[in-house]
Design a protein around this ligand. Structure first.
Ligand code: MTE
Length: 324
């Protein structure tokens, strides 16, 4: 069953956005960038020490937004997380990620670009036109959610640094600061830190690929990958790397953390595909959060997570079973 993707978002952002966000957009952006907006919005009851700032953004004209599907409640999206730097239990990130300091922050952009450089927190929050995108998000573990992310196309960022004609791939790295990340100090940790991910350049430049700074109208809480994470809605969630500090343009396919760990289970592409099972479980269905034993909320998984119309062209003539 394919679900209909509507052309126009049907959930008005105003329904899920504090009214203040719509007011005085320019001042809000300036204030957010200057760090003077320290409003902590009433949140979901778990400890997040860094204040979540309201973000000013446009509603966006997202042709592919999953606006016909119910949003996952904010509390579920921000309390059931994968962020192995803080532990492997789903509750670990919300419990422990507040130990990561995110201000100051900078993202280095290097490699095959004419203008290497860096972006700091103010550039990320105030230097791009932010928009809201409601996307389905499908984890390789077969759970999923629908989240109103706020961000800007990765293409907007990359163009500023002018990729050279030799650039073919984009490699990303997460912050690695063991003193603030208990999961990286754990004896049972299996990842070769820092967490690494990568995209082909054409995937990175695709308009659906979002550099994300917020969700549900506010800056990202730490457990969701503050202050900057990637969202690639047609790929399994592990491609959506959190708390990015490095973006490198390369001519060779970069090594990714999960490939390094188990290449036979986690490929470079990792496009959502109900026809290609994980070696240890089926990918035909997913549990849409909130989900429980008695109410599993099982829905069929869609090819490219429902974004085939927009992205299938990127993989023309490619055997999706071979390039999983
Ligand atoms: N990024 C980093 N740095 N570390 C991680 O452990 N987990 C990935 C991805 N990004 C991860 C990461 C996985 S497996 C998933 S499913 C998503 O983040 C989860 O995002 P969420 O917690 O916002 O749902």
């Amino acid at each position: 069953m394919t679900r209909k993707i509507l052309d126009v978002p049907q959930i008005a952002s105003s329904e899920i956005t504090p009214e203040a966000v719509w007011l005085n957009r320019r001042n809000l952006i300036k204030a957010a960038a200057a760090g003077t907006l320290a409003t902590t919005l009433p949140s979901s009851g778990f400890a997040v020490e860094s204040p979540l700032r309201p973000l000013a953004y446009n509603q966006g004209e997202c042709d592919a937004c999953a606006a016909d599907e119910a949003l996952t409640p904010e509390e579920d999206a921000t309390s059931y997380n994968n962020f192995y730097e803080f532990g492997t239990d789903k509750s670990d990130p919300a419990e422990h990620a507040h130990t990561m300091s995110i201000d100051p922050w900078s993202v280095q952009v290097t490699g095959l670009v004419n203008k290497p450089g860096k972006l700091n927190l103010e550039d990320l929050l105030g230097g791009f036109d932010l928009e809201e995108r409601i996307y389905r998000f499908r984890c390789v573990e077969a759970w999923s959610m629908v989240v109103p992310w706020i961000g800007f196309p990765l293409a907007d960022l990359l163009r500023r640094f002018e990729p050279t004609t030799d650039a073919r791939y984009v490699a990303f790295k997460t912050l690695y600061r063991p003193a603030e990340m208990r999961g990286t100090r754990s004896f049972t940790s299996v990842i070769d830190w820092p967490y690494k991910e990568g995209l082909r350049l054409d995937e990175a430049m695709h308009p659906l690929t979002l550099m994300t700074v917020g969700l549900y109208g506010k800056t990202l809480p730490n457990q969701s990958g503050a202050p900057l994470r990637l969202i690639v809605p047609w790929k399994y969630g592990f491609k959506s790397i959190k708390s990015i500090v490095s973006i490198e343009l390369t001519d060779k396919q970069p090594q990714t953390s999960w490939q390094q760990l188990a290449a036979q289970e986690y490929g470079f592409y990792s496009n959502v595909n109900p026809e290609v099972d994980h070696p240890r479980w089926s990918q035909r269905y997913e549990r849409r959060l909130p989900s429980s034993l008695f109410k599993p909320n099982r829905v069929p998984t869609q090819l490219f997570n429902g974004y085939a119309e927009q992205v299938a062209g990127l993989y023309e003539n490619m055997d999706l079973k071979k390039y999983y």
